[in-house]
Design a protein around this ligand. Structure first.
Ligand code: HEC
Length: 168
């Protein structure tokens, strides 16, 4: 009798865990998306879909984040510290003021020091939220879809009419 009740408890418990996991898959990325598009303006260089197609005025050559092989920690570091010698800016305002970035100070990094971003600088937790967004929405995705576009700009958005309704 007791054994049966225990088994039931376990079964109910794991069903709840499964529901929680399914809810997790539906996680709301609207906060991180706003950081990516508006506050940090990653999209200025990387494009709204992370494919590297930024605005015409940007310096170009931004990485295609959909093909990135970086893990979460590496993404966070790249965002906060930028990439020395490239146009990828540092979003931590205090990067290179001490050794927090790649163990390098301003003197160490010299003229390879990444620039400040065109948008706002970020707190570490904001960079983490963006890294999660990049992993969930860009990395490993193939061609950009209309569904994905409407997720960013709203259903029926004119900006999305060029996107294929389905991935070819
Ligand atoms: C001023 C333009 C610019 C902005 C703004 C910018 N990036 Fe970049 N980013 C670049 C360039 C250029 C590279 C390629 C660097 C290189 O050649 O290695 C890059 C590289 C990266 C990489 C490395 C990808 C890889 O797989 O190696 C990541 C990740 C990244 N950017 C994320 C972001 C995020 C997230 C934001 C916003 C918080 C952002 N970037 C804002 C220009 C930009």
């Amino acid at each position: 009798m007791r054994v049966t009740r225990l088994a039931t408890t376990i079964a109910v418990g794991s069903a709840m865990a499964a529901t929680a996991a399914a809810a997790g898959a539906q996680e709301d990325y609207s906060y991180a998306r706003r950081l990516y598009l508006d506050k940090a303006q990653c999209s200025y260089c990387h494009g709204w879909a992370g494919d590297g197609a930024g605005e015409g005025q940007s310096n170009g050559g931004a990485a295609n984040l959909r093909q990135s092989r970086l893990n979460r920690a590496q993404l966070v570091t790249t965002i906060l510290c930028g990439r020395p010698g490239t146009a990828m800016p540092h979003f931590d305002e205090l990067a290179y003021s001490d050794k927090r970035c790649y163990g390098m100070t301003e003197a160490d990094v010299g003229k390879l020091k990444p620039s400040l971003p065109p948008g706002s600088t970020l707190q570490p937790r904001e960079a983490e939220a963006i890294a999660d967004y990049v992993l969930a929405k860009f990395v490993g995705r193939g061609a950009i879809t209309r569904a994905e576009c409407e997720e960013s700009f709203g259903k029926g958005a004119r900006a999305c009419s060029d996107q294929p309704a389905k991935t070819p």
